[in-house]
Design a protein around this ligand. Sequence first.
Ligand code: GAR
Length: 206
Amino acid sequence: MLTRARIAVLVSGGGTNLEALLRSQEQGSLSHGEIVLVCSSRPGVYALTRAANHGVPGAVVSRAGRSQEDFEAELQEQLLRYQVDLIVLAGFLSILSADFVRRWPDRIVNIHPSLIPSFCGKGYYGLRVHEAALERGVKVTGATVHLVNEIPDGGRILLQKAVEILPEDTPEILQRRVMEQAEWILLPQAVEMLCKQISEEGASRS
Ligand code: GAR
C-alpha cells in the first residue's frame, strides 16, 4: 500500500502558495503527499484561515520576542507530533538555523520569487525581491524551488521558471505575475516530486 509523505507547510503571511498546494491536493495531483499541518510564525495571518477552510490543522509558533533556540524547539516539537516527513517553506519569513536545517537533510523545500542566484540571500524576500529586480532593470525574472541547506537560498535547485518583466510593471504587478505564471505551478510539482521519492524510499525499507 502507498504511504503518503506527511507534509507541514510553514507560512508567515497570506498563504497563496499554501492555497495552490491545498488545491493540488484536492484535485488529486498531490497523490504521494498529504498536508497534515500548517504552521505560522505569526498569529492571525490569512494562511491560517486558508488551512481551516480546507480542514487542515493550523498552529502558531511565534518567532517574535523569544530566542531562536526556543522558537526552533517548539517548531521541532510540532513537526514530530505530526510525524512530518517533508517541510515546505511557503512564504515563511523566519530564518531557520544551520542546526535546525541539518536535522532535516533534503527534507526542507523553499519557494523563492526570483531566478536564483539572482536576487536571493539575506534581505531578499517577498516584495523586496521584485523591487530589486525592477531597480536593476532585468528583463526576465521568475521563481525557484530549492532544497534548503545551511546557506540562505543555497540548496540544490529543483525547478525554475522564467517570467517576463514588462515596461509598466510595479513590484506588486510583477509579484502577481510571478506567482500566477511560476510559483503556484512549480511548488505543487516540486512537492509531489519529493513526496513520491519519500514514499518510494519508505516502501523499499518496509
Ligand atoms: C511568495 O512570493 C514567496 O515566493 C515569497 O513570499 C511570498 C509569499 O506569498 N518567499 C520569499 O520571498 C522567501 N525568500 P504567499 O504567502 O502568498 O505564498
